[in-house]
Design a protein around this ligand. Structure first.
Ligand code: G3P
Ligand code: CA
Length: 257
């Protein structure tokens, strides 16, 4: 019989704010995360590196050129040097004076019951400090999801802190068929004991690929989706979360679709 679309899609989609509400505020900064929570995000996502003095800082690139206008290489600079730069003016004049933030500062924005997807952009050497910072944040284990393109980071994290969910990330190479293939993805997930796989929302990805991941006992997530049609397609495949730059806009668009 006929079923209303709202009934078919009863569950609220789980939306992860990519670098915060980064369509509307400078990515990977506290204002971007505060705005994500105001926009109704279920989780935030951020990119993390180690500074020269061993602190964890939230920034996507390996240097500050794109978001600060001045180039400091993150691993060769101290936290103080990095935080002296302006990470907001490039985006819009109203964000002038915004600083880069530490993992602790970002984690402190996470409300009770909400989650943080911590993306490790470097190798497993970040893990001991990351565990200290996350413990100090007071967040519960179930509020924390570790993500990384680096399989060795996920493997090491699951070894030392199995209570944190950890998902392996991959983009697919340009040529068809999809590379890595579903068998390669499954083999990696098993080897590193990941909880799940998170891919770019590649238009070539089909329901069979996602079904194989899920039948293997793994979660499937995707990024970065700002339009309702793509989000709906991936939710229907069985994606457990959608990472988006526009949580408020996408939730509303999904509700109307
Ligand atoms: O959520 C995963 C996604 O953020 C990975 O790509 O380049 O935006 O860090 P990137
Ligand atoms: Ca990221």
């Amino acid at each position: 019989g006929l079923m209303a679309a709202s009934a078919m899609h009863a569950a609220e989609p789980f939306l992860v704010a990519h670098r915060g509400a980064s369509h509307d505020a400078p990515e990977n900064t506290v204002p971007s995360y505060e705005l994500a929570w105001k926009q109704g995000a279920d989780a935030i996502e951020g990119d993390f590196h180690l500074t020269k003095d061993g602190k964890i800082i939230c920034i996507h690139d390996y240097d500050t050129a794109r978001v600060c206008g001045t180039k400091l290489v993150v691993k060769d600079s101290t936290l103080a040097e990095l935080q002296a730069l302006d990470a907001g003016a490039w985006f819009k004049p109203e964000f002038k004076g915004t600083k880069l933030s530490t993992l602790r500062e970002v984690a402190a924005t996470v409300p009770a019951g909400k989650k943080i997807y911590v993306e490790v952009k470097i190798g497993p050497e970040i893990i001991p400090t990351m565990l200290e910072d996350l413990k100090a944040s007071g967040l519960k284990d179930e509020q924390i999801v570790i993500i990384s393109f680096q399989a060795d980071v996920i493997a090491e994290m699951k070894k030392v802190k199995p209570a944190y969910k950890a998902c392996w990330l991959a983009s697919f190479e340009k040529e068809s068929p999809l590379k890595p293939s579903k068998d390669e993805v499954l083999a990696t997930l098993r080897k590193i004991k990941a909880d799940g796989f998170s891919s770019k929302a590649d238009e070539r990805l089909d329901p069979e690929f996602v079904k194989a991941i899920r039948d293997g006992g793994f979660e499937y997530h995707c990024w970065t989706v700002d339009d309702a049609a793509t989000a709906r397609r991936f939710l229907d495949f069985g994606a457990l979360s959608i990472t988006t730059n526009r949580p408020e806009f996408l939730r509303k668009a999904l509700g109307e679709a």
